[in-house]
Write a protein that binds this ligand. Structure first.
Ligand code: NAD
Ligand code: MG
Length: 391
């Protein structure tokens, strides 16, 4: 039986790895929708190759080009946020959520509302609106499967265990591009330096977030929501080799580790075939050749992002949405050369502190409207904070 599938963010790093797996078994899948943004050439090429029903670009100005590239194929073309949500709402069995940033929230919710399995790479969905997303999934009877490699590893290490038997979850972090840099040098890290990951080949934004540890900070919040576990039971462990992706500690002292090569097609494929395990085109590890693996405690002084995430989880409310939005704007600022590498965490901290003055909003009910209002306000506050820094 063919499965109907949709890939949100199909033109990105995770989206392309998903397509790689789908393309190897074309007859097993009926592709409903593929979405992207500016890379219309790639979007159209894949839509044709996979005979998608519809291709959507998030960028309205790209619609003409998308139409032209799809002319004669019989594939629908659409553009804009509403079209993206409409595509996500089309009946599908499995939807990959691989848009980057808070822009992935609404399409992901639409997919859950129609009852699809949501393969979640977009961690921002849970960072911004964890409680809301869980509520929507429960109401629709829809399942969320983790795709973030650490969370897929936890999910696999749990293997149906009762959460009552779990003491702790340990997420590993490579330490990113600047793991071995002295702290003083971090201030002067350039965009090019921050855009290279030692082990993983990913999109630019998440690569920089790995260097600043914001990625891991977001992943701790993501784990809290995915596994319904208290924040103090989630640990971060530096593991430069990126071979152990996560560990689960059980109350009897056992630690179950997930070990594998850093290739997103493993986590994507696990979510695609779950609850089965099928053959995947990933390299097999030769541990005897590797010989050693190393681990170290993270230094929260060096990486304020981890401390900020802990504060966000402790205070709760809508602070996750503020944290993510401020981080996204600060990252835009770093990419644009407006602020330095270490300023990103300073901007986020400033925004979170200022937003304590908006208690009616950030301690309000977690509705989609309130999440979006918090997101917008935090972006504005981040812009103000960056203007103050740069004059
Ligand atoms: P990417 O930048 O390579 O791709 C992002 C995709 O989202 C592209 O298809 C792009 O067209 C689309 N997009 C960008 N902005 C958009 C917007 N405003 N509206 C609609 N679509 C938009 O990103 P990526 O590295 O593939 O990451 C995607 C998500 O997966 C992120 O949430 C990231 O944190 C998560 N993730 C990625 C990896 C990885 O290996 N790359 C690993 C774990 C988790
Ligand atoms: Mg990850």
């Amino acid at each position: 039986m063919t499965r109907r599938i949709t890939i949100l963010g199909a033109t990105g790093s995770v989206g392309q790895s998903t397509i790689d797996l789908i393309a190897r078994a074309r007859d097993s899948y009926q592709v409903v929708a593929l979405t992207g943004r500016r890379n219309v050439e790639r979007l159209a090429r894949d839509a044709v190759a996979l005979s998608a029903e519809i291709a959507v670009t998030a960028h309205e100005e790209c619609l003409e080009e998308l139409r032209a590239r799809l002319a004669g194929s019989g594939i629908e073309a659409a553009a804009g946020e509403a079209a993206l949500i409409e595509a996500a709402a089309r009946p599908s069995d499995w939807v990959m959520s691989a848009i980057i940033g808070a822009a992935g929230l609404r399409p992901g919710l639409a997919a859950l509302e129609q009852g699809a399995v949501l393969a979640l790479a977009n961690k921002e969905t849970l960072v911004c609106a964890g409680a809301l997303v869980r509520r929507v999934a429960a109401r629709a009877g829809a399942r969320i499967l983790p795709v973030d490699s650490e969370h897929s590893a936890v999910f696999q290490a749990l293997a149906g265990a009762d959460m009552d038997a779990v003491d702790r979850i340990i997420l590993t972090a490579s330490g990113g591009a600047f793991r071995d840099w002295p702290a003083e040098r971090l201030e002067h890290a350039t965009l090019a330096e921050a855009s290279c990951h030692p082990n993983w080949n990913m999109g630019q934004r998440i690569t920089i977030d790995s260097a600043s540890m914001f990625n891991k900070a977001m992943e701790v919040i993501e784990a809290q929501h995915l596994f319904d576990i208290a924040p103090e039971r989630i640990e971060v462990l530096i593991h430069p080799e990126s071979l152990v992706h996560a560990l689960v500690g059980f109350r009897d002292g056992a630690l179950m580790a997930h070990v594998g090569v850093p290739d997103m097609r493993h986590a994507i494929g696990y979510a695609l075939h779950w609850p089965e395990r099928r053959a995947l085109p990933v390299e097999r590890l030769d541990l005897a050749r590797i010989g050693q693996m190393s681990f170290a405690a993270p230094d929260e002084g060096r990486w304020p992002a981890l401390r900020l995430a802990r504060e966000v989880m402790a205070a709760g409310g809508l602070r996750g949405a503020a944290f993510n939005a401020a981080k996204e704007r600060a990252l835009d600022g770093f990419i644009a050369g407006r602020i330095g590498f270490c300023d990103m965490a300073r901007v986020v901290e400033t925004v979170l502190a200022r937003m304590e003055g908006d208690a009616a909003l950030i301690d309000g009910e977690m509705t989609l409207d309130n999440v979006m209002a918090t997101d917008h306000l935090a972006r504005r506050r981040a812009d103000e904070a960056m203007t103050q820094r740069t004059g």
